[in-house]
Every structure is written in C-alpha cells, then in structure tokens.
Design a protein around this ligand. Structure first.
Ligand code: HEC
Ligand code: HEC
Length: 384
C-alpha cells in the first residue's frame, strides 16, 4: 500500500483532482509540456496508442482515465506501479510493463466473470478481490473475525421498509435551505473562498465559483503563492464541460461520458429547488449515520449507469453528503462531497464548507463570501 501522499503526487489526469489540489501528475521533476489535447468524441482505443482490452478501448477518454483511477485505488497502486517512469519526464504510458500486462488480463477476466456468472451485470470489480492490496488475501485473519464488523456499504441502495417516500425527504431539504419560493428566485451566485487541502497536503489555493440557474457552473482556482502551479478551471455550460489544468495529463480537455454526467449534477445541485428533477428512479434505503448525525439515505439514477446517493440529516433535513458514481467496466468511479457550516445568505442556506474526495485525493473548501443574483458573463461557463 502506497502512502497517501505519493498517490496524491501521481494524481491521474481525470481532471477534478488536478484542478482542485493543483498537484502535478508527473511530479516536480516533470519538465515536459502536457500531452496534446485529445480530440473530443474519440474512443480511448483510438486516442491512445496501446489501449486494446475489449471493454476499455470503447470508453471516452475521460472515462478511460477514470478507470485508471479505479485500478490504482483497487490495488493500492499509483500510476508508476504499472507505467514506466510515471512521475518523471521519461514517462512512457503505452509501454507494456509486466504489471500492465497482468492488469490487461484481469480486465478481460472481470468482464468474463460478470458475463458468464452474473448475466452481464457488474457484480465483480477489481476491488472485489484486491481490496487495496496487490495480492488478494485468501483467508480471514482471526483478529478480523472477532474484531469490528465489516461496515462497507453497497453502492446500490436497497429500498427499505417503513421509510418516508423520497419526495418527502427532498421536500424537507428544499424547506430547510430556504423553501421553494426563495429558491426559485435564486438565479445565480458567485462564491469566493480558499482551499485548505487535507491533513497538511495540498491547499493554499483561492477559488471562485460561478453558478447560473438551472445548470451552469464554473470553478476557477489559482495559487497566488505558487504561480508555477498555474490556474485551473472546471467549467460546465449546461451541455458541455471542460477541464483546464496546466499541469495535468492533458492541459485542457473536454469532459465526456460519465464524467460529463458528474459535472452536470454538480452544476444542478447548486440550485437545490430543482433537486427532484436532477435524477430519476429515486429510492430510500435504511437510515444510517455520519459521525453523530442520523441520516436518511436517498439514491437516484442518471444516464449511462450514473448513480448518486444523498445523505440528509434526519433532524435538520440538510444535505450532509453526496456520493456520485460514474460507471466503468472495471468498477464505479466514486466522488464524494461532504457539506457543512451552512450559513444564511438572503434567506437561503449555503454550505460554507465542503470536503471534496475522489480516487486520488481530498480537499477542503472554505467559502468566505457568497453573492446571489449577480450578472455573470456567459463566456465564464464556456471553454476556458
Ligand atoms: C494496475 C495497473 C495500472 C495502473 C495502476 C495504472 N494503469 Fe494506466 N494502463 C494500464 C493498462 C492495462 C493499460 C492498457 C489498457 C488497455 O489495453 O485497454 C493502461 C493504459 C494507460 C494509458 C494509455 C497509454 C497509451 O497511449 O496506450 C494511459 C494514458 C494511462 N494508462 C494512464 C494511467 C494513469 C494516469 C494512471 C495513474 C492513475 C494509471 N494509468 C494507472 C494499467 C494501469
Ligand atoms: C477474482 C479475483 C480478482 C479480480 C476480480 C481481480 N484480480 Fe487481480 N489478481 C488476483 C489474484 C489472485 C492475483 C495474484 C495472482 C497473479 O498474479 O496471477 C492478482 C494479481 C494482479 C496483479 C499483479 C500484481 C503483481 O504484483 O504481480 C495486477 C496488476 C492485478 N491483479 C490487477 C487487477 C485489476 C486491474 C483488476 C480489475 C480489472 C483485477 N486485478 C481484478 C485476483 C483478482
């Protein structure tokens, strides 16, 4: 298992992480310019030189990079464990290392297991066997048997008996953050603040969020004390989304596939009044807890196997956590946002603090100021 920090250093170019933490994918030694931007709409099998597995070659470029994050997380690896000299300026992504060859075989094996045993439903993933280890364990340790029970959760929420309907929980949330009428009057906002990093890593950035109803959102981060990190932007204009991350695997690229669905949900969630329309097939699971708070668990589905689980404080009705999952052939790609420090801005409650966690890192954002219903130039949401 690699230490957290080294994994952060090698954060994959999926976008979010580079953008939010501003950590170079190739480490400080990397002097070369990022790869040229992949043409949007190209499959990974075409956009890359040596992507050949039956299930990964058909992915969009951003979903392919998400699947790289899934592999790394499932084995406790960073990119350099499978890719020659990743983290240096000598990196050769297409070169087949022995581990990469094994991984390719495993990708086909996972597809085969699911096809022949589970009717093509994704029941087995890299995580199922590896659980953060290179060599899957085969026997339970007796200390584990008599230790704390395993509390890992299923991605898919199973509807539980005796729960209020989803609409009631979502309505309570709408009420808690200001009520339908006030929320309908919220047409835009600009939020400013700073990124604190996580447990001493990353941070030191200042950010601005621009949001326009119903579904446009752009986050810009700059590092005044470290101009060499460059400014990063994540933009979604209601149809298309982009990541600009000067030190990412790609300096700039268009979000596609499941990653685009995630960007859309983030934008829509900026305007809570419309929450019920953001996803479909809402279901309510058994109550759970986050820290000392009891939470109601509500899950909805989007296109292309996209799902999101929302955790609402049972008492206050406020949203405490959102976990969204993008689909990939080798396991879902999770992104988690924890909301806290709700403060009133003109009758509407905004979470002034949120923690953003993804496969390669974590960052805490502290808002200092929110201005509502301000004009925002349409260009802010376009290609950065
Ligand atoms: C467990 C091993 C493993 C890890 C860890 C891993 N990869 Fe990969 N990577 C692969 C395999 C296997 C392929 C080829 C997939 C195929 O043929 O469908 C690949 C292909 C690639 C390619 C395409 C290269 C080309 O031009 O053909 C890129 C880019 C890439 N990986 C980036 C990353 C990044 C960034 C990370 C770190 C998050 C990472 N990989 C982590 C196994 C891995
Ligand atoms: C059914 C269980 C199972 C699943 C699912 C599984 N693996 Fe494995 N994996 C193993 C076992 C067992 C080994 C060790 C034996 C071996 O190396 O052949 C292993 C070994 C590996 C190794 C070699 C490690 C080394 O140090 O040589 C890599 C890389 C790997 N797996 C990647 C993956 C990836 C990526 C996925 C998901 C696409 C995956 N595995 C899914 C069981 C699994």
């Amino acid at each position: 298992m690699k230490p957290w920090s080294s994994r952060l250093m090698l954060a994959v170019g999926v976008g979010t992480m580079l953008l939010l933490v501003g950590i170079p994918w190739a480490g400080p030694a990397a002097a070369q310019a990022p790869a040229s931007t992949p043409p949007s709409g190209q499959n990974a099998g075409v956009a890359f030189k040596n992507v050949t597995t039956s299930t990964l070659k058909g992915l969009t470029v951003s979903d392919f990079l998400g699947s790289m994050g899934v592999m790394a997380a499932a084995l406790g690896y960073d990119c350099a464990d499978c890719h020659f000299a990743a983290g240096t300026d000598k990196v050769n992504w297409e070169f087949d290392t022995p581990k990469k060859k094994t991984a390719r075989r495993m990708v086909e094996m996972v597809a085969g297991i699911n096809r022949t045993n589970f009717g093509g439903v994704q029941m087995v993933t890299c995580w199922t066997c590896h659980h953060g280890r290179t060599m899957p364990s085969t026997t339970i340790a007796l200390d584990t048997l008599y230790g704390t029970p395993n509390d890992e959760k299923n991605d898919i929420v199973v509807p539980a008996e005796g729960q209020p309907p989803a609409t009631e929980i979502l309505d309570k949330y709408i009420q808690a953050v200001g009520g339908a009428e006030r929320l309908a009057g919220l047409t835009s906002f600009i939020a400013t603040g700073s990124s604190l990093g996580y447990e001493g890593l990353g941070g030191g950035g200042s950010f601005q969020i621009f949001a326009k109803s119903p579904d446009q959102r752009t986050t810009q981060i700059s590092f005044k004390d470290h101009p060499e990190r460059g400014d990063s932007t994540r933009a979604y204009n209601g149809r298309a989304g982009w990541i600009k991350s000067p030190r990412g695997l790609f300096a700039e690229f268009e979000l596609t596939g499941s990653e685009l669905d995630g960007a859309r949900l983030d934008a829509q969630m900026s305007f809570p009044g419309q929450i019920k329309q953001n996803l479909n097939n809402w279901r309510v699971g058994a109550p759970d807890s986050i820290g000392d708070r009891e939470v109601r668990v509500v899950q909805g589905s989007g296109p292309r196997g996209f799902i999101a689980t929302l955790y609402f404080d049972s008492q206050s009705g406020l949203l405490l956590r959102l976990v969204r999952y993008s689909a990939s052939p080798i396991g879902r790609v999770p992104t988690q946002i924890d909301y806290s420090d709700y403060r009133d801005v003109g009758g509407i409650k905004f979470p002034f603090k949120y923690t953003f966690s993804w496969l390669d890192g974590r960052d805490v954002f502290q808002l200092t100021d929110v201005k509502t219903n301000v004009p925002i130039d349409a260009a802010k949401f376009g290609k950065p």
